[in-house]
Design a protein around this ligand. Structure first.
Ligand SMILES: [Zn+2]
Ligand SMILES: [Zn+2]
Length: 643
């Protein structure tokens, strides 16, 4: 018998040679139909592979990232099978899963694939999927594997084989198709219920432009037709909500070639949003005892040698500029500057926790091919802060930071989010991670406990920690279900020492503080890019660049409109008058297009009754009401930051 330990800690005995599929069947038949793969002591396995020793087991379904990856990778095999049936001369390179689906790089000789061909491959995939063919794993010797692909004439797979060690080589076969693959795969093709091939692109073999160009075919598959329908709908909606398109239509930001790629220029409308976000951050941080600081955009080379950004992070920094014989760098992060502020005056335990906040401007060198609207830029404004605290204060501080994230999620109507606790890998201490094994374990434990106590849902990921400590990565989903990486909340037990940061404790001994790096609102660039999609440009009143637009039916009512405008302005409500000589219908349509939350239509009747006719973005006519009443309502909506 062997012991199987489940993720909740429960243990159960099974006979040696049992499989994850057997185990899931013993739990329920329903579960067995959903299990795509299994995590065995951290590695992902086929569910049909015999388990021969005590094991920590996690059954993976569509809901798990690894389950999804296995599903999509198996779909790449299915696509390869279909391609081979239709184009027997095809040769295959690699077919991995990607963020949304999978691809396979293939060599089709002179054949140029058309959209029509894609549809044919799709139809063939559907037909093959229905055969419920098992993905069969076979261990094979290197020479046998070589013989197989020599006979097949596939030099790409032979090239892959060269890098593999004899004894660790496996083939997977489903239906008529055999691939060299490490696995794992889903049990059989019948799991793949909905298929869409999305794109054809060119891809140089091994990413080298001197090599032959292969054809990369992208696809996405799902275990149910409904999921594919939802996905396609989401894509369509995402296109409409593209932040680059909306950013232009709503005059939020622009890019200019003379300024440079990746350097956003914020137009007045975008700047209003920036200032409202900063106001929110400042209010929240002040209430939690943060202090604000201001630091320069550049610093001497030495500072970044101390922090370790040089040389490790050099590729992501702008090249240095020389001044008076010294190299200066644009700052890629605010931390070193804040550490110097901590060090500027002697500190005692009574000064801690010290929370230093700044909307800091950072510059990062992203390759031009990687730049993407506001999502990947070279100049960014970060909702940054560093908390310097004692070990005893750590849990409380870390919890407050998490609370701040949750508070913001509520304000912005972010209902779906996941926190990922990224841990170190003991095998990589001294290389990828600071060589402090005990501190790693201790801080990881502290973070884990805080998350558990606060009852925040989180997952743990091995080998993704920061260089200097464990971190929480936050993923959020927009209203249309697209995922964004927001920001991290990081523990740092190394930088304090590198910068020789010290405080005197109660016993008059010097100690190094722990540091928390946090940026719940991420950068203005990425967050506003997210918000544009999330709200489809229809910002809530408190964020809307123009909150109220007054639309006089004719020039006769401009004076009355101006009197309302003055009252709104005095109360800091962002309002404008559309005084063009256009028909009221056109004024309404144009204002709708700019997604202004409130329109006040003003004519004869409104003037005589001292009222306004209110139209709400997306809701239409709300009837007329006294001016005072409207002002009162809009003020509350803005002040309370109602969504
Ligand atoms: Zn495979
Ligand atoms: Zn930092």
């Amino acid at each position: 018998m062997i012991n199987i330990t489940f993720p909740d800690g429960a243990k159960k005995e099974f006979s040696k040679g049992t499989t994850a599929l057997d185990i899931s069947k013993s739990i329920s038949e329903g579960l067995a139909k959903k299990v795509l793969a299994a995590q065995i002591n951290g590695d992902v396995w086929d569910v049909t592979r015999p388990i021969v020793s005590d094991t920590a087991l996690k059954l993976l379904t569509w809901e798990d990232g690894e389950g999804k990856n296995t599903f999509w990778h198996s779909s790449a095999h299915l696509m390869a099978e279909a391609i081979e049936v239709l184009f027997p001369a095809v040769k295959f390179w690699v077919g991995p899963p990607v963020e949304n689906g999978f691809y396979y790089d293939v060599d089709l000789g002179d054949k140029k694939l058309t959209d029509d061909d894609l549809r044919k491959i799709e139809v063939k995939m559907v037909e093959l999927a229905k055969k419920n063919n098992d993905y069969i794993r076979k261990e094979i010797s290197k020479s046998e594997a070589e013989d197989y692909f020599k006979e097949k004439g596939d030099e790409y797979k032979l090239d892959l084989l060269q890098g593999l060690e004899d004894g660790a080589i496996t083939f997977y076969t489903q239906g008529s198709f055999t691939d060299l693959c490490r696995g794992p795969h889903i049990p059989h093709t019948g799991f793949i219920k909905a298929i869409k091939l999305t794109n054809i692109a060119g891809a140089y073999w091994k990413g080298d432009e001197h090599n032959k160009q292969l054809t990369r075919i992208y696809g996405v598959t799902f275990p149910a037709q409904k999921l594919l329908d939802e996905y396609l709908l989401m894509l369509e909606e995402a296109k409409k909500r593209d932040h680059r398109k909306l950013g232009k239509e709503l005059s939020i930001f622009t890019m200019d070639d003379d300024v440079g790629p990746g350097l956003a220029l914020w137009l007045p409308n975008g700047t209003v949003i920036i200032e409202e976000l900063e106001k929110l951050a400042k209010e929240t941080e002040t209430a939690q005892g943060y202090k604000r600081v201001v630091t320069p955009h550049i610093a001497k080379e030495n500072l970044y040698l101390t922090s370790g950004h040089l040389p490790y992070y050099q590729d992501s920094m702008y090249p240095p500029m020389e001044l008076e014989g010294v190299n200066y760098y644009l700052k890629a992060m605010n931390c070193p500057h804040h550490h110097k502020i901590f060090a500027a005056e002697p500190k005692s335990y009574k000064d801690l926790p010290l929370r230093l906040a700044e909307y800091g401007t950072c510059y990062r060198y992203e390759q031009s091919g990687e730049l993407f609207g506001l999502m990947r830029v070279r100049c960014l404004h970060m909702n940054d802060a560093h908390i310097y605290c004692t070990k005893e204060q750590f849990a409380q501080e870390f919890r407050s930071v998490n609370d701040m994230y949750i508070k913001y999620f509520k304000i912005f109507g972010i209902d779906k989010y996941v926190m990922r606790l990224s841990l170190h890998d003991p095998a990589k201490l001294g290389q990828k991670y600071v060589d402090e094994p005990e501190l790693w374990i201790e801080t990881e434990m502290m973070v884990r406990e805080v998350m558990r106590e606060a009852d925040i849902p989180f997952i743990e990921v091995q080998d993704e920690g920061a260089f200097y400590g464990p971190k929480i990565d936050v993923q959020i989903w927009s209203t249309i279900g697209r995922e964004f990486t927001l920001a991290t909340n990081q523990v740092d037990f190394a930088q304090g020492r590198r910068f020789k940061l010290e405080y005197t404790n109660q016993n008059n001994d010097t100690e190094t503080p722990l540091i928390i790096h946090r940026a719940p609102l991420g950068t203005h660039e990425r967050f506003i890019g997210f918000l544009l999609e999330h709200y489809a440009g229809k910002f809530p009143v408190w964020l809307a660049p123009v909150q109220v637009k007054i639309l006089p039916i004719s020039d006769k009512f401009i004076d009355y409109s101006k009197s309302i405008l003055e009252r709104l302005k005095k109360l800091d409500i962002r309002a404008e008058i559309d005084d063009r000589s256009e028909k009221i219908g056109k004024k309404i349509r144009d204002t709708e297009l700019m997604r202004v939350p409130y329109m006040l239509v003003v004519g004869e009747k409104e003037v005589s009754e001292n009222k306004v006719s209110v139209r709400r973005q997306g809701k239409g006519d709300m009837g007329s009401r006294p001016v005072d009443e409207f002002i009162h309502e809009v003020l509350i909506e803005a002040k309370e930051r109602l969504g």
